[in-house]
Design a protein around this ligand. Structure first.
Ligand code: 5AD
Ligand code: FES
Length: 364
């Protein structure tokens, strides 16, 4: 048996095993991918669930050193969708049997923002008779705000840890009270305590990042016992401070492959969670998301933001589908998912089986 097969046959992957697997290429990488695909088939099967993604606003109070919509970037056309526009997008998702929506925005605090989100959640519950799954991704908030949104009907929350290494986290964020690693971790624990299905994730291929960091990221997710994960390759944005560290980075294709290995290993470590095939994969390779589905991912997030705003939600450069409307995306979902022998799980929430097994108060 070669070393890869030997490691994959073990009951538990240790840190050194993960570090080894993260560096595979060629035939050995294919063995890893085949194994992850098999684990996926045996646990979550070949269904892909949808989260209609609404990018509600690109106004953000934070200043992450890698992000195109950071507050210091004055070159962004800032927009906030009206409640009506967000609800129209949610209605579109509902009418097209997407099952769930993911409502995302830059991070804002304050009553007018939190009340607006609360109203959107409450109205979309009315609009869909409580049948649409609601995932939120609106950054770090107080426990009270998280609880209010949960009580209104949101039941999943995505908050990427970005890097589970305090040292790396601090290198890619400003060192101020707004960007504290501990606050990030505490927010994840608050979400868990309230009863959300909790999703997190990291960027792959960041400056200063090595495979040890990435192995620790996967072990962090395992230890926290997450329900969902969204990971994507880091893609530099020229209007951000981290852009000046682009020399010596992996090529975009190497970052894509490494992200795929991260996804495959995570599927093996946590067979019954939901893993998203993220848009950043598609930004590098037209088939990036499909490749992720083949080797471990089971969630797609079609963009249903009204077309004219999409250009402005540029977290990174060359973001795909920014010139399209939700209707265009609709026709390509089935085709793409069938291409890799999967089926879309229409009109289902598609909660992670991991969460169903957890003994916590359930939302809705
Ligand atoms: N490249 C890739 N992903 C990015 N994000 C932000 N900026 C970038 C970038 N330059 C990701 C972060 C954030 C998510 C919404 O987008 O992980 O959590
Ligand atoms: Fe908005 Fe990082 S720049 S949360």
């Amino acid at each position: 048996m070669n070393r890869v097969s030997d490691i994959l046959s073990r009951k538990e992957l240790l840190r050194d095993d993960i570090i080894f697997l993260l560096q595979l290429s060629g035939e050995d990488e294919k063995i890893l991918f085949r194994h992850a695909a098999q684990v996926k088939q045996e646990t979550v099967g070949n269904k892909v669930f949808l989260r209609g993604l609404v990018e509600m606003s690109n106004v953000c109070r934070k200043d992450c050193l890698y992000c195109g919509i950071r507050t210091s970037n004055s070159d962004v056309n800032r927009y906030s969708l009206s409640e009506y526009e967000v609800l129209s997008a949610i209605r579109f998702a509902h009418e097209n049997r997407y099952g769930s929506v993911a409502l995302q925005s830059g991070e804002l605090t304050g009553k007018s923002f939190t009340d607006k989100i609360s109203r959107i959640i409450a109205r979309s519950e009315e609009l869909t008779g409580g049948s649409i799954g609601i995932t939120l991704s609106c950054g770090e908030q107080s426990e009270e705000v998280y609880r209010e949104w949960f009580d209104k009907g949101a039941h999943r929350y995505l908050l990427r840890i970005e890097s589970s290494s305090r040292e790396l986290y601090e290198r890619i964020h400003p060192r101020d009270a707004n960007h504290r690693f501990d606050a990030r971790v505490n927010a994840l624990y608050a979400l868990r305590k309230i009863g959300y299905q909790v999703g997190t994730g990291v960027m792959v291929g960041l400056p200063f990042q090595n495979v040890e960091h990435l192995a620790d990221d996967l072990l962090f997710m395992k230890r926290f016992d997450i329900d969902m994960c969204g990971m994507g390759p880091y893609i530099e944005h020229k209007d951000t401070p981290l852009y000046s560290y682009r020399e010596g980075l992996m090529t975009l294709n190497e970052r894509l492959q490494l992200t795929l290995r991260m996804i495959a290993i995570l599927r093996i470590l946590m067979p019954d969670i939901n893993i998203a095939a993220t848009t950043a994969l598609q930004a590098i390779d037209k088939m990036g998301r499909e490749k992720a589905i083949q080797i471990g991912a089971n969630i797609l997030m079609p963009n249903i933001t009204p077309g004219r705003f999409r250009d402005s939600y540029a977290l990174y450069e060359n973001k795909p589908c920014t010139d399209e409307n939700a209707d265009d995306c609709k026709s390509c979902i089935d085709v793409r998912v069938h291409l890799v022998n999967h089926e879309v799980g229409y009109a289902h929430w598609g909660d992670s089986p991991r969460f169903a097994k957890r003994d916590v108060p359930k939302g809705k």
